[in-house]
Design a protein around this ligand. Structure first.
Ligand SMILES: Cc1cc2nc3c(=O)[nH]c(=O)nc-3n(C[C@H](O)[C@H](O)[C@H](O)COP(=O)(O)OP(=O)(O)OC[C@H]3O[C@@H](n4cnc5c(N)ncnc54)[C@H](O)[C@@H]3O)c2cc1C
Length: 389
């Protein structure tokens, strides 16, 4: 590849997953090149709610097993990343309350609570009276709920900025450009082509393009079932926010909707889960109505609050809810890291660490078997070709 630059590792995609991979590579002395098409953190990673816990609902078992590890990493990052990067990303611990309004919802939440207790988390059941005390602005009539006292959260965009900046300070390079193809010598990848025609030679390539990773199927000659799922979030104006001052994240768990106060950026309400909209990142009237209706189950005067911010972005979702993390069958030197659905901020650190291990050592101590990119091919990853890095 005579006409371009070169790097030991190229990471395609500067969302939270690509940035954490770059960050953990630099911590192990490897200086990758990150290629990003539309701006670091400009997609879901920079627009997410910033919850650092699998709080919303069921998370697939394979991913859930990595929860304690990624949780510890976030705690560790909170202690040093602001200094390493010079960015305050709004990390804080607040209580989370999940309320239920239907009998089915109550039964499901009891089950969810039992699972969390079995993992060793402290989650307490609330009677309707206790729920009213825990959520001072509550006007709805829940059947009950649960509270977990200390749940971490942050500003997602500032987190991506912090991780990217710390990676840069550690020697990572960032390049604006749209990945367009791979070059190979036999089954070994030798580099990437960028849409402007330039080339970067690299022996190791990571595809971390969020929902756009699904568009690499033809190029890889391998099915990549990652699809976009739209989510919309809205920010309340401080002056008209009936929940202002309450330092608690609250979910209408069975009817949809949450109200989340943030240290940076005010109170947000969310969210939609819209499949089949392709890569359309528009905020819609219906999305806004649904989100307000969900939040109004918690406080009916939310319908009168002014909305000062709105955003829509795309979760990278897979058929079984687990991400695709590991070597791409049929390609030596190509690793995929995508499909984290609604949990990429939370599982970013463990994904970054595991992928850095794979690239440097050829293996990792984290169990990536449930995430094998070849698992959707008939006969599994082996049938789809070689799975070595
Ligand atoms: C409304 C909403 C709220 C959410 N809230 C939370 C939350 O509270 N906690 C949580 O853990 N998760 C949350 N998520 C999920 C989280 O945002 C995603 O799981 C995560 O952002 C995925 O990160 P990613 O890096 O894989 O993808 P992305 O953020 O999509 O990043 C991929 C990057 O690749 C780039 N790219 C694509 N194609 C190319 C190309 N050809 N060349 C170069 N670059 C390319 C894109 O421009 C993009 O920057 C939320 C999601 C939504 C939609």
């Amino acid at each position: 590849m005579p006409n371009g630059r070169s790097a030991d590792v190229v990471v395609v995609g500067g969302g939270i997953i690509g940035c954490f991979i770059a960050y953990y590579l630099t911590r192990r002395g490897v200086k990758p090149l990150v290629i990003e098409a539309s701006g670091i953190g400009s997609q879901a990673s920079g627009r997410a709610a910033g919850i650092i816990t699998p709080s919303w609902g069921p998370v697939p078992a394979g991913l859930m097993k990595l929860h304690p590890a990624t949780f510890r990493m976030h705690v560790d990052l909170a202690a040093r990343l602001p200094e390493e990067s010079g960015v305050d990303y709004g990390y804080e611990l607040i209580p989370h309350v999940k309320l239920v309004f239907t009998e089915d919802g109550a039964a499901n939440l009891r089950k969810w609570q039992a699972e969390r207790l079995a993992e060793g988390s402290s989650v307490t059941w609330l009677t309707p009276e206790e729920a009213r005390k825990a959520v001072p602005y509550l006007t709805g009539e829940p059947l009950g709920g649960v509270v977990s006292e200390i749940e971490p959260q942050c500003d997602a965009f500032e987190l991506v900025r912090a991780v990217a900046r710390a990676a840069r300070r550690g020697g990572a390079q960032f390049m604006a450009g749209r990945f367009a193809g791979l070059s190979r010598d036999g089954d070994r990848a030798t580099g990437v082509t960028v849409q402007d025609g330039s080339q970067v030679s690299a022996g190791l390539i990571v595809l971390a393009m969020g929902p756009w990773t699904g568009e690499t199927s033809r190029l890889l000659e391998f099915p990549v079932p990652v699809a976009p799922q739209r989510g919309q979030l809205f920010t309340l104006s401080e002056g008209s926010d009936p929940t202002a001052g309450a330092k608690v994240g609250v979910w209408a768990w069975d009817v949809g909707g949450f109200i989340l106060p943030k240290r940076i950026g005010g109170t947000i309400i969310g969210t939609t889960r819209e499949d089949g909209v392709g890569f359309d990142r528009s905020v819609t009237v219906r999305g806004r109505q649904n989100v307000i209706a969900g939040a109004a189950r918690l406080n009916e005067t939310i319908t009168e609050a002014s909305i000062v911010g709105e955003r829509a972005c795309l979760r990278p979702v897979t058929p079984d809810g687990n991400p695709l993390v590991g070597p791409v069958p049929g390609w030596r030197g190509v690793v995929m890291a995508s499909g984290h659905g609604g949990n990429g901020i939370h599982f970013g650190p463990v994904t970054g660490t595991a992928v850095a291990d794979l690239l440097i050592d050829g293996r990792t101590g984290y169990d990536l078997a449930p995430f094998a990119p070849g698992r959707f091919v008939s006969g599994g990853a082996k049938a789809a070709g070689k799975t070595r890095v």
